[in-house]
Ligand binder design. Structure first.
Ligand code: IMP
Length: 191
């Protein structure tokens, strides 16, 4: 982690993420003989994960982007709106949704229903993380990186109101760690 960011607790190092994503790419490839899947990253959070999978899947598959919003701050608001990529032509294709984290399950459930209704031959899900204890809507995750407890995580694409996406590791967000770090930084600057 950068020394310019607060010392949040590391859940998964960048190295662990790289290795696990490579394993997932192998599993995806092994399960898709013939037709390559239509990769769809749920942005913005899943971009780094999608890039890794793209790199490790043969054939230089393009990654399409779909945007769905249901979050404000650290709380899910419930309703899911597809604001970008909902009109991608999926008829007759095997869709693979790439997600950073499945929390309540509402986003993936909404996307899967949408693309299935739009005529996708199948619609599978690869997610780097899952918080099963937070599930409201049951969803099947076909390829899962890691299960995590009910903690708000940031880094490797995941943000808190647009901040901390650039961290290489996945860390646990804690407001008091952030406050203490900010106070220390101010103190150092004035001393
Ligand atoms: P769901 O619809 O509740 O499953 O939420 C999925 C989306 O919420 C993810 O794509 C993330 O953008 C966001 N999200 C859920 N939990 C976290 C978290 O711990 N950190 C950052 N974003 C999260």
């Amino acid at each position: 982690m950068s020394t310019l960011s607060p010392p949040f607790r590391i859940l998964f190092t960048h190295d662990q993420i790289l290795r696990r994503s490579q394993e997932l790419a192998r599993a995806i490839f092994a399960a898709t003989p013939g037709e390559p899947p239509l990769l769809m990253a749920v942005i913005e959070g899943a971009r780094p994960f999608a890039r890794l999978l793209q790199k490790h899947l043969p054939g230089q598959l393009p990654v399409h982007e779909v945007r769905a919003s249901s979050y404000a701050g650290t709380r899910s608001t419930g309703a899911v709106t597809i604001t970008q990529g909902g009109d991608l032509p999926v008829r007759g294709r095997h869709v693979l949704l790439l997600e950073d984290i499945v929390d309540t399950g509402r986003t993936i459930d909404a996307l899967r229903r949408h693309f299935t209704a739009a005529g996708a031959k199948s619609c599978r899900v690869a997610s780097l993380l899952s918080k099963p204890s937070r599930r409201v809507v049951p969803v099947a995750i076909d390829y899962l990186g890691f299960e995590i407890p009910d903690e708000f995580v940031i880094g490797f694409g995941m943000d808190l109101d647009g901040r901390y996406r650039e961290l290489l590791d996945i860390v646990v967000y804690e407001a008091d760690v952030e406050r203490a770090f900010a106070a220390g930084t101010r103190h150092a600057a004035s001393g």
